[in-house]
Design a protein around this ligand. Structure first.
Ligand SMILES: Nc1ncnc2c1ncn2[C@@H]1O[C@H](COP(=O)(O)OP(=O)(O)O)[C@@H](O)[C@H]1O
Ligand SMILES: [Mg+2]
Length: 459
């Protein structure tokens, strides 16, 4: 039996009792239970601790029992819920939020933190669906997941969509760009005629990606004859229809080992497309989501840039969900890791397995977890030689470093140095702090530690 009506039924009860929709963990618990999965398996699949998932499950069954006047437990939930007669797809079961079915389909799919590069996509029979005038292809969009905080960012983006035709979201790997975008799409997709999500890392050239997009817009038809002037054809579609196009993992369009933002061969025309997107008048909105900021963005008045930083207070929730023992070092860990959700999730796994859930014990050893080291090393290898030199000098300083100190310590030609600093800013590896007279630069403590260890291992 389709689990969606059951999840919708439970949500109706929960909503009536509490005024709240089911959260993602609750949906995963119901979905998992209907598939005879244990709490342990559900927890593993979604990347949470078993204890947390079990507690959430108990609360959910208690609420159901109270409201249905019968004793519902994890053990009998499947048979009890199936005993109700659900006409499949019956609309009255669903709460009144029109895109509900889609959001459920997204949210019940498994995911965990390893999806930075390998996203687990929705399983859909078809890659795209056309209903009435709406065309929706979210087959490459990762599943909707828990998204802590980000209320302000979602608000800003909802406003920006109304006024901008190109929106760029940038921030370090793992800061939560994709997670934020999935939330946003779920919220705004009904306002567009077409919604398409593409992961740029799946394509070998801009042409390949463009051809596929045009094919989707043209209902899978494209003749040999039409294969010229593709940027224009794509733009014509954006002009004719109100379309939301999300290009995720756009850092894969850029070259490695050089200053950031130089397109790889085969992708150069993407910049022309983005330029036109901002210059021509239309109702569509294109999102460019990337660890690396575009070079030419500053020139584009009609584009909007959101630089995403770590979580704020809600970073603690990640530690709480991982069942870490409360101690006075939580804030220190969050600060050292820049409140980057992926970094923190990786740290909590080491703290769970090796340090008996104690943050202070983990921090005493000053280790960098393996998985995090892999991410930082990969990022390091993308840098140009001069960028690496700058990062080494920045990492040796306890405090922020001034431009003058960098110039003095590196004895490079100022023009090359300025370019490399700008490139590091575009990579979000350096952050600028301005005071009245000076421009200072900083990086995250964990990145400094990684670079210092790398340098001392080499010498
Ligand atoms: N706001 C958030 N709340 C909870 N977890 C988050 C949040 N943002 C990101 N994460 C988690 O951090 C990891 C990396 O997120 P992702 O969106 O893939 O980052 P990015 O796209 O910036 O590389 C994922 O496991 C994701 O679940
Ligand atoms: Mg991403």
């Amino acid at each position: 039996m389709d689990s969606l009506p059951i999840i919708a039924f439970v949500e109706k009860i929960v909503y009536t009792a509490t005024g709240k929709y089911l959260n993602l963990i609750q949906k995963q618990i119901i979905f998992g239970t209907m598939m005879d999965k244990s709490y342990f398996t559900i927890a593993e699949e979604i990347g949470y601790s078993e204890g947390y998932v079990r507690d959430e499950g108990s609360k959910l069954w208690k609420l159901m029992s109270d409201n249905l006047n019968e004793n519902i437990t994890k053990a009998n939930a499947k048979s009890r819920l199936r005993s109700w007669e659900f006409p499949e797809g019956s609309p009255q079961l669903y709460l009144d939020h029109s895109h509900y079915r889609n959001s459920l389909q997204n949210s019940i799919l498994i995911n965990n933190y390893n999806d930075v590069n390998i996203a687990i996509y929705q399983e859909q029979g078809q890659t795209s669906s056309v209903s009435g005038s709406n065309l929706c292809d979210l087959s490459q969009m990762p599943a909707l997941k828990l998204c802590l905080g980000r209320v302000q960012e979602i608000y800003l983006l909802e406003q920006a969509i109304l006024t901008h035709q190109l929106i760029e979201i940038t921030g370090l790997i793992g800061v939560g760009k994709t997670t934020l975008m999935v939330q946003l799409v779920d919220k705004v997709k009904d306002n567009f005629e077409s919604v398409i999500w593409r992961n740029c890392s799946f394509y070998n050239s801009w042409r390949e990606l463009k051809l596929e997009l045009i094919q989707i817009f043209n209902n899978n038809q494209i003749s040999e004859f039409e294969q010229d002037n593709l940027n224009y054809k794509l733009l014509s579609y954006l002009k004719k229809h109100k379309c939301l196009l999300i290009l995720d993992q756009c850092e894969t369009l850029f070259q490695e080992g050089q200053n950031a933002g130089i397109y790889r061969s085969g992708y150069e025309k993407c910049e022309q497309f983005l330029d036109y997107t901002t210059n021509l008048e239309h109702q569509s909105c294109v999102f460019f989501v990337s660890n690396v900021q575009r070079k030419s963005l500053a020139k584009q008045e009609s584009s909007y840039l959101l630089k995403l930083s770590g979580l704020q207070e809600s970073a603690k929730e990640i530690l709480r969900i991982a069942n870490l023992k409360q101690d006075e070092k939580w804030s220190l860990l969050i600060e050292q890791y820049g409140a980057i959700p992926l970094y923190l999730k990786i740290a909590t796994q080491s703290i769970n397995t090796l340090f008996n859930n104690q943050v202070s014990a983990f921090l005493n050893y000053q280790i960098i977890p393996d998985d995090l080291e892999d991410i930082l090393l990969k990022q390091w290898q993308y840098l140009s030689k001069l960028e690496q030199k700058i990062m080494i000098v920045v990492s040796q300083e306890e405090q922020e470093i001034t431009l003058e100190t960098l110039l003095h310590n590196l004895s490079e030609h100022p023009s090359s140095l300025f370019k490399a600093i700008q490139s590091l800013l575009r990579r979000n590896l350096l952050e600028k702090r301005e005071d009245e007279n000076y421009c200072n630069f900083v990086t995250l403590p964990i990145i400094k530690q990684f670079i210092n260890e790398l340098v001392s291992a080499d010498s």
